[in-house]
Write a protein that binds this ligand. Structure first.
Ligand code: G3P
Ligand code: CA
Length: 319
């Protein structure tokens, strides 16, 4: 069943600009978010991490070697470090080792330039935006476009940041409150892969929360605390009822909703959507675009531009 958006009662799927129009501009830049909105997205999606001085900025990961020009900046060569991020050893440069002022000297680059429509021509043009700038952009675009452009922030690696003394949650709450967005009816969803993170938000936020899940593995806060439950456990009928205590919906990977057979073709949808709806949860799956397909310039005037087109009536959103 399509989402009613809670705000406009529109019985149509929501269009969420995943990392902005990330097939066309370096992801998580103001240019990428703005293009997504102008292409028809209802929401723009910043992933949030922290700087050394505790400012929320939009990056998919704290490690920024592949999404900025930091590797080419000799003055930051000594900042390169190997760290364990959610159990995985990663070498690179880390937002928590840069003040906002330092981070602002960097420029975004395309993360996967070899993928068809992506390229490097926009490299070096855009700064890493703060969360406040993303909010400001959504307000300006709402005025300019004459329709509300929502925000759909995701807290990235909250347990990791908390251990560093850079707790993401209070900053998110504070930013939403400062901008008049911590209220029912604000066009905001907050999402996370970590359960404890969302439970904590549920006590502080009045906007709907989305529990992200992955096809395998477990929420990292569970792993860190020795809790053996996995994402699969969250998605059983009983697990979904528990999720519904704190969340408005789930954000599964699309293959958890419509799997592929051994040949790679789309198979029948799983029971996940029906089970989630039974538990009172909406379903906002990610990511409905194929990297090798050019999306039409205006999503609103088109059918869902992918092989999922005839199945998306089962879903409530796509990215
Ligand atoms: O936010 C849902 C979806 O964005 C999760 O994917 O791109 O953050 O890894 P990503
Ligand atoms: Ca995300």
């Amino acid at each position: 069943t399509p989402d009613d958006d809670r705000h406009g009662n529109r019985a149509v799927p929501l269009v969420l600009g995943h990392r902005g129009a990330s097939g066309y501009r370096p992801e998580h830049t103001l240019a990428s978010y703005e293009l997504a909105a102008r292409m028809g997205a209802d929401y723009i999606e910043p992933d949030l991490v922290s700087t050394k001085d505790g400012v929320l900025v939009a990056r998919h990961e704290p490690e920024i070697g592949g999404t900025t020009d930091v590797a080419k900046r000799p003055e930051f060569a000594a900042r390169k470090a190997t760290k364990v991020l959610d159990g995985v050893s990663v070498t690179g440069w880390w937002t928590e080792d840069f003040t906002l002022a330092e981070l602002r000297t960097l420029r975004a680059v395309e993360r996967i330039p070899d993928v068809r429509q992506r390229n490097t021509i926009y490299n070096g043009r855009y700064q890493v935006p703060t969360f406040q700038e993303v909010i400001d952009l959504s307000k300006r675009l709402s005025r300019e476009l004459g329709r509300d452009i929502g925000i759909y922030p995701e807290t990235k690696h909250p347990t990791y940041f908390r251990k560093l003394g850079l707790d993401l949650n209070p900053k998110v709450v504070e930013a939403l409150e400062r901008n008049g967005l911590n209220r029912r009816g604000a066009k905001v969803f907050v999402q996370s892969f970590e359960v404890g993170n969302l439970v904590e938000f549920s006590r502080k936020l009045r906007v709907p929360l989305i529990q992200l899940t992955s096809a395998s593995g477990a929420p990292y806060d569970f792993v860190a605390s020795g809790d053996k439950r996995t994402y699969a456990d969250l998605l059983t009928p009983a697990g979904l009822r528990d999720v519904a205590r704190y969340a408005y919906g789930i954000g599964p990977a699309k293959d958890q909703v419509i799997p592929r057979d051994a040949a790679g073709n789309l198979a029948q949808p799983t029971a996940l959507v029906a089970n989630a709806h039974k538990a009172g949860l909406k379903v906002h799956p990610y990511t409905f675009r194929a990297e090798n397909v050019f999306l039409p310039a205006n999503l609103r005037s088109s059918a869902v531009p992918s092989e999922y087109g005839d199945l998306f009536g089962e879903l409530s959103a796509f990215w």
